[in-house]
Ligand binder design. Sequence first.
Ligand code: NAD
Length: 502
Amino acid sequence: MSLATSLTPCPLYIAGEWLTPRDLATTPVFNPSTGDVIAACPAGGPTEVNAAVEAAHAAFPAWRDTPAVERARVFFRYRQLVEENFDLLCRTVSREHGKTLGEARGSVYRGLENIEYACGVPTLLFGDTLGNLARGVDCETLLQPLGVCVGITPFNFPAMVPLWMFPLALACGNTFVLKPSEKVPLTAVLLVELLEKAGLPKGVLNLVHGGRPAVDALLTHPKVRAISFVGSTPIAKYIYETGTKNGKRVQANGGAKNYLVIMPDADIAKTVEALSTAAFGCAGERCMAGSTAITVGSAAERLLPDLIAAARAIKVGRTDQPAPATQPDMGPVITAAHRDRVLSLLASGETEGAKIIADGRGVKIPDAPGGYYVGATIVDQVAASMTLAREEVFGPVLNVMRMDDLDRAIELTNASAYGNGAAIFTNSGSAAREFKHRVKAGMVGINIGVPATMAMFPFTGWDDSFYGDLHIQGKEAVQFYTQQKVITTKWFGGTAGDVWRK
Ligand code: NAD
């Protein structure tokens, strides 16, 4: 295994075979640190999708009938292989996405924990029983797999988000087709290679690439039973509507705008550190990024000087050089078009009256002039009506809004169309309690800037951050990837089965 260095199209993996279709159009994969094209992603469509779904469908009966302990053993081996190839995976994430190596390591660890969770599948699949439900009658539930499941993933976590999906879906006895983001297909190839090495039978996991034509073929294929999606809100809504209209079970995570409320009694040094990581970590390209700081009362005066200093101290640079000593604090954003969108949202904020108080727009990296860089930026005096306040920026930009009291801060947070994350920074138990009960968000942090959940808890976005009923991760995900069967049993003969009298 090695990092891709040529423009050979990324392979597809169908029915246990690696295929390099040279007749398909391709889209370029960039190294965001330099702007160089590093790979080509084939634009698959109905033909490739149909082959992958048919392979998954054919592999389903044997995999479903493989005992859960044997399926789990594949994931114990997979866990080991991911750990042994950890550095390669992290370098690949950094190279095609632009995260720093430290950020890549954190995200691959979060993915690894999802593999570990899937290793527990024999107990995760326990059902319920009630003996003697009626005289001589017993009742039990079985959790059975659905069949062919699909994962469609975004660019911003090339390893973690696919690992949210296929390990648990497969451990539950389903087969799977993965369609990663066409901007970051190289990590997905590595993840699939490692699972093949772990001994997964042919056809159980398949990999296709492409954009809308591939997605549409997956959404409408009659043999697909369930779809897990993570990406932007408009596409999440489209996936949910089209998938459910075609009879699929769908969980679709969308975008976000997360509010961080800072009370006047907050520990300022710790809050600055947490806000800086929440807003600028992963160059702001995460759905749990803290994108708006709402300061309450005098908190602004106490917080902003140190926060501005922290933002200005963030070293931006290329992340594609493996030596840890050369790693910056923050890498580039994903593409030139995305950098330009971030800059144009900042310009719209200024036009509408906001003030940029830490300005990362002019950042230049001398040895990588073609990279897609925006430095850490703080925008003060943002009003709720501004485009910058309403739209997900997905870049290293922190808006500041000032409120007189906690009630107003909660009202402002709850006015958002999204509902992914929210956090409060305070030393007051009663303020924290008020916030956690009243705030309209699925993941809440108390003195935690990025309250993203780990593998054993569901990733509970609300409102326009999630379409569906059962979330990704944790017990909800086990429910999503299984269907319940309730068996009611009565045996004739003997003493009519009334065991309790014996
Ligand atoms: P995106 O919506 O552009 O793409 C996501 C996936 O959808 C990709 O696989 C892409 O190929 C596919 N896609 C894109 N356009 C499509 C179309 N018109 N029809 C059908 N499929 C299409 O998202 P992105 O830019 O890759 O990722 C960033 C977004 O993902 C942000 O909005 C971020 O908040 C969100 N995100 C959400 C979560 C969460 O858990 N809520 C986690 C990570 C990222």
